[in-house]
Design a protein around this ligand. Structure first.
Ligand code: ZN
Length: 132
């Protein structure tokens, strides 16, 4: 949905709140729209990648974050984790491989925390920091 949507009932601009969380190592997201005039509201939620127009709101509010991978000795394991956990194509994996060791991904804090959680589970050393 367009974040700049207006109220269906009174056509005032709706206030939008978006968020992401991690459930069982999976990403979930939600967006809620509310009208300060007439109490009209609606919610939208989903699993996995958040739609870009919501994601950019979070990045604007909380900044862009990155995850860095420190090792490359477990490359096969790292690539396997990437493929199976994140549902990536072989092309994506090959592209990401060039970033290891180094900054693997950039995104929202919750997205990076989720990656960190998965990598830590497989003892892959990594770090989440702000990206400037
Ligand atoms: Zn309204």
């Amino acid at each position: 949905m367009d974040p700049n949507v207006s109220c269906e009932k009174c056509s005032k601009p709706l206030e939008i709140k978006v968020g992401q969380s991690i459930i069982d190592e999976k990403l979930v997201w939600h967006a809620s729209f509310s009208c300060q005039e007439c109490q009209y509201w609606l919610e939208e939620d989903g699993m996995g990648e958040m739609p870009d127009n919501y994601r950019s709101i979070i990045i604007k509010e909380k900044g862009l974050w990155q995850i860095e991978i420190f090792e490359s000795k477990n490359m096969a394991q790292i690539l396997k984790v990437l493929r199976t956990t994140f549902d990536l194509s072989i092309g994506d994996v090959v592209r990401l491989k060039k970033n290891i060791p180094g900054v693997l991904y950039k995104g929202t804090l919750v997205e990076m925390k989720r990656l960190e959680k998965v990598f830590r589970k497989y003892n892959i050393s990594c770090r989440v920091t702000t990206s400037n």
